[in-house]
Design a protein around this ligand. Structure first.
Ligand code: HEC
Length: 199
């Protein structure tokens, strides 16, 4: 009798422990999503402010440096501070070294485009998921980046981009595909990848 109780007791503890783990993982996705969203939003805000300041103070040719030097520096700093990989990715990239999406990011960018086509706002659009890759488990998060009027100076059509800017972009990015965007288009995503402890 005593033995049965203790087995039942153990089973109960195991059940409780399992459900606690399951809900901990669920909470974890929510918590991680929230933390990732905060980091992505504050990065985008910071970048937007820096870009606006440089455009007003030094003009668009000088402001190219904000996107080419400051943005990768900012994402690298955040990556180091958080222990996460933080990047900006796009289906049509200007800088293939940094901006080229991996398979998960390609899937999510396609999903974002479909959600945009169905009328969802890009402002709040995001997606997160726990994934298992050949070398481990990861939490992955992406937040959509929309095209605003001020982006067209460097990412718009031939008519939007001043010729001095066009010239500098052609010099620095001979394989530039990040033009001909219009306001409201999906430009890409801030992508965050966090390593998870193995189960
Ligand atoms: C002054 C010019 C300029 C303006 C304005 C500008 N960009 Fe860029 N953008 C660039 C350059 C240059 C790069 C390439 C950066 C690099 O070398 O990594 C770039 C890269 C990017 C990337 C990374 C993917 C890629 O194509 O390589 C994203 C996303 C992006 N820009 C979004 C935006 C958005 C959104 C805006 C408006 C809020 C904007 N940019 C405004 C010049 C600009």
């Amino acid at each position: 009798m005593k033995r049965t109780i203790s087995i039942q007791g153990k089973a109960l503890i195991l059940t409780l422990a399992l459900s606690a783990t399951t809900s901990a993982i669920a909470d974890n996705v929510e918590q991680r999503t929230q933390a990732a969203m905060e980091v992505a939003q504050s990065f985008m805000m910071q970048l937007g402010k820096t870009m606006k300041g440089a455009m007003q103070k030094d003009g668009p040719v000088a402001a190219i440096n904000v996107c080419s030097e400051q943005a990768p520096k900012m994402t690298a700093d955040i990556s180091r501070n958080q222990g996460w990989k933080v990047t900006r990715v796009s289906t049509r990239v200007r800088n293939p070294m940094i901006g080229m999406p991996d398979i998960w990011e390609q899937k999510v960018l396609a999903q974002f485009q479909a959600r945009l086509d169905q009328g969802e706002s890009l402002k709040t659009m995001s997606f997160s998921e726990m994934v298992t890759e050949p070398n481990g488990r990861y939490f992955r998060f992406a937040k959509a980046i929309g095209v605003k009027p001020q982006c067209l100076t460097c990412h718009g059509s031939k008519n939007d981009i001043p010729s001095a800017v066009k010239q500098k972009l052609q010099q620095q990015y001979p394989f530039d595909r990040a033009t001909d965007y219009r306001t409201g288009d999906l430009r890409g995503a801030v992508s965050i990848k966090q390593p998870l402890p193995s189960m």
